[in-house]
Design a binder for this molecule. Sequence first.
Ligand code: SAM
Length: 381
Amino acid sequence: MLLTKYFQTSAPLIPVCPYFSQCGGCALQNLSYLEQLQSKLAMLKNEMQLSGIQDSLINLVENVIAGSDYHYRKRIALQTNSRGETGFYQRRSNTLINLQSCPVCSPALEKKIADTKKLVQEFPEIKQVLLEEGINGVFCVLKLEKAGNSSETSFYQELLALAKKSFNNVLILENNRTVLKDFSADLQIPLNHEQSLLLTLPAGSFSQINWQVNQQLIQTVLAESLQLAKSRGGQRKLRILDLYSGAGNFSLPLAQAGCQVTGVECNGELIRLGRENAKKYGLEKNLKFISSSVEQFLTSGRIRCSEQFDLILFDPPRSGLEKIISFLPPAKKLILISCYLPSFLKDLKNLYKYGWNVKRIAPFDMFAQTLYLEVLSTYTR
Ligand SMILES: C[S@@+](CC[C@H](N)C(=O)[O-])C[C@H]1O[C@@H](n2cnc3c(N)ncnc32)[C@H](O)[C@@H]1O
């Protein structure tokens, strides 16, 4: 799918970032933000048409919900090379851009790039650095592979001591296993504008990178759920199945709004903190988490007949619903959140084939300056 064809401009802007033409992160800095949003909308509609989706469904596509054009990213993965350099890869290559700054990063993360570079110069064994912002500070996750003397305790103690000079919260992973963890509380991100509802997450796991757009996504999911509850007369709590729930990015606000929510997630750490999130807000009765792959959950008969759901929410990884589409339990309504356009097109067509009527297609600009788009779609029978 060649998407760049949708992003042509007759009056190119001078890119904000000096690495723009080489870095694989951003692709659209030569377009104004308005042009980006218009082009993303055209891209979505055209790709739907090219994949044979009928006009009546394409006409449902709403305007793109926007966030900030720059300084929005709350999580970045910096790559390293054997020369002790740090940055992002060039487009479609493993060549590193040894960058000093990144204007799509939040100011708090951007400030930490220089410290990260010094750390990697001292310890070139570091393969990747994740920088994540929470409302409780910046978290630095250092990823190493087992090599040479790196497994010695003193090596990791020295690395931690240096990292702690710049970061309050440090996690060191060797082959993705925790070696040292130095912070008093896990990463916390706000799920609403007032910051009165916080999601606690394990550092280094999946988290929504754009708080502002994520909050708009949550508000849309809440509004869609409450609309269903109203249409059912509100006699009892709405029963929601949140598949690919993480630690409760959607489950927690839904449970707080009075819905009965079951989250399913395969990452044990996310499940552990999901349960803690429910407890922290006194929502244990409204919100339970099941530690399982979604495929296993849907095919193992764990859903009892008594446990019918009114609404199923899906927020799958890039692969979409392919593996589970033929196992969906009955429900009144579906909400699908897609982060990858080819999967969205496939899933929409398959859901339609299985008798689901498309009601709404709402794109969200979660990743400004890139070719990517998040799409929320809803379905009823
Ligand atoms: C796009 S993320 C969404 C997480 C959450 N809804 C959020 O907004 O933070 C996808 C989640 O699905 C989980 N996941 C991936 N494959 C899975 C599977 N086969 N079964 C269950 N969970 C899975 C990942 O661990 C990740 O937490």
